[in-house]
Design a protein around this ligand. Structure first.
Ligand SMILES: [Zn+2]
Length: 334
C-alpha cells in the first residue's frame, strides 16, 4: 500500500462511524477490538480512545479487557507475577494505552482484569478481584444498560460470552488454571480459577442474535463491527446455550473441553449430525481415557521456572498415542 494513497483515518471519521453503529452520549460501553483491522489511524490508538470518549462524553464509561495469562496447575510459572499496576495485557495495544490514561482504573482480578475510564469506572472495577467471579464487570455493565462493541474481531463477543456460558452452567469440566499474583497487601499469592469452556462455535450464535435484532452491524474505520446491549446479549446467549448445550460443542475430536462437556453432560443423544467420534462407543471410551490423562495437568498445583522443559512422561506418550489412533480412524472412515 502506498503511504501517499491515504494520510490515515481521521478522528472525525471514527466518531461518525461510532455514532452510525449506535454509540451515543452517556453510553457505558465495553470495547473489544483488533486495532490492525481498523486500518491506518492517524495518531494511533490514542485517536481511537479519544473518539470513543468524545462520543460517549463525560457521562459515559469506556471499558476494555486487560486479560492476562494463567497456566495449567502443574505448570505455574514462578517468574510471572500478575500486578494490576504493571502487567501487560494480551488484549492488545489499545487497552494497554487506555491503562496509561489519567484516571483510568484497572481491576485486580488476576486473569480477567478490565480497565475502565469515565463516570462509572469505579463502580465497574470495584470488587473485581481474586475473590469475585471472573466476568463481574459484564454483570455490572448489564445492570446499568451498557453496550458491548466488538471491532474487527468477527463475531467473537469476547469476554461477555463466557458470562453467558457460566449462566448456562457450562463450567463443569475441571480445567483449573493458576497464576501468581500480588494482592492488595503486596504479597505474592497463588490464584486458581476454572478456565472457560471452548468458544470455537459461539460466533455461530450471533446470526440468531442478529435475527432477533439484538446485534447491530457496522464499520469502524475499515473494520467490520458489531454492537449490542450487554444484558440482552448475555441473557439471550445463555438461554440458547441452556436450552441446547450442544450448540457449544466444537468439531475437533481432540478438544478436551468439548469432548468432556458432552461426556459429563451426557449430550451424545442430543447432538444433531454427530461426528464419528461422537457416535462410536469405542472411540468415546478412548478419548475419555485420554482426556482423563490430560486433565491431570489441571488438578494439582506445582511450579516451574522459565527454562523448564516438559518431561516426557509415559502418560503423555499414551495420550498422544490415543489421539493419533483416533486421527488414523478418522482418515480410514473418510
Ligand atoms: Zn471445543
Amino acid at each position: 500500500v502506498l503511504l501517499s494513497e491515504s494520510a490515515g483515518i481521521e478522528k472525525s471519521q471514527l466518531k461518525a462511524d461510532l455514532k452510525r453503529i449506535g454509540i451515543t452520549k452517556g453510553d457505558h460501553v465495553s470495547v473489544a477490538l483488533s486495532f490492525k483491522k481498523v486500518g491506518f489511524v492517524k495518531d494511533g490508538p490514542d485517536a481511537l480512545i479519544d473518539s470513543l470518549l468524545e462520543v460517549i462524553g463525560p457521562e459515559g464509561t469506556l471499558m476494555m479487557n486487560t486479560f492476562t495469562q494463567s497456566f495449567p496447575l502443574t505448570e505455574i510459572k514462578r517468574d510471572y507475577v500478575f500486578d494490576p499496576l504493571s502487567t501487560v495485557p494480551y488484549t492488545g495495544l489499545v487497552p494497554k494505552t487506555l491503562m496509561k490514561r489519567k484516571d483510568a482504573i484497572r481491576s485486580r482480578h488476576p486473569t480477567c482484569s478490565v480497565v475502565a475510564l469515565g463516570r462509572l469506572s469505579k463502580y465497574i472495577t470495584d470488587g473485581h478481584d481474586e475473590h469475585s467471579q471472573p466476568f463481574l464487570p459484564y454483570v455490572k455493565l448489564a445492570q446499568v444498560g451498557g453496550k458491548h462493541l466488538c471491532i474487527g474481531i468477527d463475531d467473537r463477543l469476547v469476554g461477555l460470552r463466557h458470562e453467558a456460558q457460566r449462566r448456562a452452567s457450562l463450567f463443569i469440566v475441571p480445567t483449573f488454571m493458576g497464576v501468581l499474583y500480588k494482592n492488595l497487601q503486596g504479597l505474592v499469592n497463588v490464584f486458581v480459577w476454572q478456565s472457560p469452556p471452548c468458544n470455537t462455535r459461539l460466533p455461530e450464535l450471533v446470526t440468531e442474535l442478529e435475527r432477533k435484532g439484538i446485534v447491530r452491524r457496522g464499520k469502524i474505520g475499515n473494520a467490520q463491527s458489531i454492537v449490542g446491549n450487554v444484558n440482552e446479549l448475555i441473557e439471550t446467549m445463555s438461554a440458547m446455550l441452556k436450552k441446547d448445550p450442544t450448540l457449544n460443542l466444537c468439531y475437533d475430536f481432540s478438544c478436551l473441553r468439548c469432548r468432556e462437556l458432552e461426556r459429563r453432560m451426557n449430550l451424545h443423544g442430543r447432538i444433531k449430525n454427530p461426528k464419528f467420534f461422537q457416535k462410536s462407543l469405542l472411540i468415546r471410551r478412548a478419548l475419555g481415557y485420554r482426556n482423563r490423562l490430560v486433565l491431570r495437568r489441571y488438578s494439582c498445583v506445582s511450579f516451574r521456572n522459565s527454562e523448564w522443559k516438559r518431561r516426557i512422561h509415559p502418560a503423555s506418550i499414551l495420550e498422544v498415542g490415543i489421539r493419533r489412533f483416533v486421527w488414523l480412524i478418522s482418515k480410514i472412515l473418510k
